[in-house]
Design a protein around this ligand. Structure first.
Ligand code: ADP
Ligand code: MG
Length: 257
């Protein structure tokens, strides 16, 4: 497939773990401004692909190009700095800190201590300004996700769905262009899921791009405009959701496990 305006292109990516080839010559492009779904049966290599894109793993072969820049092998902190952040299948907030404290720490976490120090403001006045700006932005994002009333609660007391919202809110605070979401709806109740999806569409309208791994086929069918199907580490098919859904090879892959 040709992508008109790719924000991300992975080319012939391979990642092996001992004898297992988790990602096997995978190539695809992500259209800027789209919501793209990444699906495939368990063990297809979706999470490993995410990890190769975001620098958690260095691919054994192939390249990852973000916004025209080759970012293959960069550390997760540097990838986040470039404008590409991910959320995890399991949320990674600090349970013993409040929601607002978690928000305030997000950019520092994503950038990492050393990069943070290199861009951190130097003078006392500048530090106070930066804190103020960050705090305002944190409140804005919490309001956007309608969890501002939870700002003072310990993150550990939130429900599974609220933690997913917090995770997404934290990701946004690093001012990314592309967000990779690994099973954002897992463990989220239906009303919160609806809200989460609405927020994702609103953010798309604001110009963000999303790549999401999601098991719920209804979510994929109704909320993405393009779907990439992985199977045994490779891209088996891609296209419009309806076309992918009725693709014989795709059906076979799901049935065969
Ligand atoms: P998916 O997210 O599509 O379910 P994964 O990327 O998690 O698939 O896994 C792809 C394959 O790679 C699986 O066979 C899995 O067991 C293997 N795998 C993933 N991570 C590791 C790892 N850190 N060490 C060894 N094998 C792994
Ligand atoms: Mg996975």
């Amino acid at each position: 497939r040709s992508v008109d305006d790719p924000i991300l292109e992975i080319e012939r990516v391979v990642k092996r773990f001992g004898g297992i080839t988790a990602v096997d010559d995978a190539s695809f492009g992500i259209e800027r401004g789209s919501i793209t779904g990444l699906i495939g049966p368990n063990g297809a290599g979706k999470s490993t692909t995410f990890n190769c894109i975001t620098g958690v793993y260095e691919p054994d072969e192939g390249s990852v190009v973000f916004d025209g820049t080759d970012i293959t092998g960069r550390t997760p902190n540097r990838v986040a700095t470039a404008g590409l952040v991910r959320t995890f299948q399991i949320a990674r907030e600090f349970p013993e800190m409040t929601v607002l404290e978690n928000m305030m720490l997000a950019p520092k976490n994503q950038l990492g201590e050393s990069l943070w120090r290199s861009v951190a403001p130097r003078t006392r006045g500048a530090v106070i300004e930066e804190e103020k700006r960050l705090r305002e932005r944190a409140w804005e994002v919490l309001e956007f996700f309608e969890i501002d009333h939870l700002a003072g609660e310990y993150a550990g007391t939130l429900s599974g769905g609220q933690r997913k919202l917090l995770e997404l809110a934290r990701a946004l605070l690093t001012e990314p262009e592309l967000l990779l979401l690994d099973e954002p709806m897992a463990g989220v109740n239906p009303s919160l899921e609806k809200k989460l999806l609405e927020h994702i569409h609103e953010l798309q309208e604001q110009g963000y791009t999303f790549l999401l791994v999601e098991h719920d086929m209804d979510v994929i069918m109704n909320h993405t405009e393009h779907v990439i199907v992985m199977h045994q580490g490779s891209v088996l098919a891609e296209g419009a959701p309806e076309a992918v859904k009725s693709n014989e090879e795709v059906i076979e892959a799901y049935l065969g496990g």
